[in-house]
Design a protein around this ligand. Sequence first.
Ligand code: XIL
Length: 715
Amino acid sequence: MKRMITAGICALILGVVTAGAQWGPRPIPEPTDGLKDAYKDYFKIGVAVNNRNVVEPEQIKVILREFNSITAENAMKPEPTEPRKGEFNWEDADRIANFCREHGIKMRGHTLMWHSQIGSWMYQDAQGNLLPKEEFYANMKHHIQAIVNRYKDVVYCWDVVNEAVADSPVWPGRPELRDSPMYKIAGEEFIYKAFEYAHEADPNALLFYNDYNDAEPAKSQRIFNLVKRMKDAGVPVDGIGMQGHYNIYGPSQEDIDNALTLYSQVVKHIHITELDVRVNTEMGGALRFSQGATQIADWEKTLQEDMYSRLFRVLRKHKDVIDCVTFWNVSDKDSWLGVNNYPLLFDENYKPKRAYLQVKGFDPAKDNAVVKEDFRPSELNQPGQDYPMVNSQGYARFKVNAPKATSVIVSLGLGGTGGTVLHKAEDGTWMGTTDGPMDEGFHYYHLTVDGGVLNDPGTHNYYGSTRWESGIEIPAHDADFYAMKRVPHGKVQQVLFWSGSTQQNRVAWVYTPPQYDKNKKKYPVLYLQHGWGENEYAWWNQGHANLIMDNLIAEGKVEPFIIVMTYGMTNDVRPGGLFSFDYKQFETVLCDELVPYVDANFRTIAKKDSRAMAGLSMGGMETHAITLDRPEMFGWYGLLSGGIYSPDEIKDPKQVKGIFIGCGSKEGPDRIREAAAQLQAAGFNAKGYVSEGTAHEFLTWRRCLHEMAPMLFRK
Ligand code: XIL
């Protein structure tokens, strides 16, 4: 058991590491309030319900917590309420209406006149001949007024006519309206009549025209035209319902924005009436309905989060005209599109999905954020590459040429998103800007193009996540301490040492200070370990350990020392496998093979008090275990986002000359502060350090090294 990394340390590291993308997202806690609360200053949040939704306690709980407007998914449609002329069936509609009455929730009525889910008696005779206009109107009036009257007390608005506008393309000379039986009988006038009948029955209800493909530019123009003609003719139409059956690829934010702007020129009320965001683009019968087994890929979830988050940003922008946004069903479990379309904010177990957090956890300040257009190429770009770019606020902007791709995602994102989704620009390239300023410093990232993981050809690659990944640098305000300056520079050289225990030549990089080649002095040595998924390149390549040392030495702030960086054998560990990582093999390589090699081949002070071990993250776990296992080897210990020492772990307080523990302020820094205080109280020479504004990333560790180096090897 002792050979394994101890559970306590594991938990400490996992605690900070799970926040990182490579270990997957944290589970989403049960909400304590709902979407309706988050949007109380914007618009109502509604939901379409069926009979099961309003009787099962688990679903009722979600409905009452999240929503403050309810639509009957099917129960108030023409056919379910009046399957045959004069034969009304109110059972289902009453159940839902009574649920709403009981809980004081007002309803959107859906829908009075539609070419679908309507008894054919409404418009044709037993032989299938279309009825004369007067008879059709009489049927329509009787039906509409019966239902509007019945639910007047609880229904505050109606989708009076549904889907009467023709889909694109509409060829020149063809009608802008759907060629339905009703249209055949009466032309556009049937729409006007439906509104008049509804208004007569309930003059207080808000009356909507409702349709789909509502953001497609050509169709939205036709919808606008229809409603404009109605307004001009004095028809009592109050609003436009945009159904909002969208998918993860579209419509674009611009199209939705434009449609809202257009509609708001003709009506004072816009409702999103049937919102869902499915994972495929097929329509109608080709929809990938629930087959039971399909897994939604992580990148598809990211596209969905992005779609929902952009959509709601646009909706918030139009809050003056939008007064209700209704989701079409409670959860993926019984979405009309099937569970495999993954379209809603609650999963099949009624648990909130990642997209829920995007919709709910918006930052109003960000809605009006102005991105400064002073972008310039990232300093880590390959020669001649303009992208990625960064601006003075810390936003990153990406551009990728992938003309035939259908989706491009950059793995760098903010606030728990799966990344930044790029959008196709007019020139066929994919572009996107992070949703806000990034943390300062170095970030690994990659692209996901149609589900395939690739590097960005614009940047250099850095080893992390067990592969060479793209890197970007958000200029840090304190970048000076690791800048390459005109000071004497040390050397970083590769050494190959034979390891008997692993039967191979192994690599180490050795930093020697600038003076090393000019004198005969002996130097102390720091053995400095990288983290999970990284390798022996990390500390000098992306960590700039050598430049940090050169600058500190030039300023006379450190006792010059050698740094040895070797591979900590951490790449075989997969997420979840940290508990069973056996550091013993590496302990042998380090203590019994590398240290003797370095002492034999470099001018070292080959004594414990002149030897330090430190590591970041998982390298901190190794440091913790190995320093305690081999008290005779190392006199100085450093854990950088890599856990803590507690006083009782260290058998003999005199075994250690100094302890450094540090982490970023976004990694739960309290335990570092507490542990440092405890060590100090117990009489240890201990330093705790918190890097402001950084997470489990390299700027934290650069700063940690910069803070730790001056304390090392002091008498
Ligand atoms: C859907 C329902 O969700 C399904 O249960 C039913 O089988 C078909 O109709 N546009 C509308 C809604 O206006 O009434 C539709 O509802 C979805 C498309």
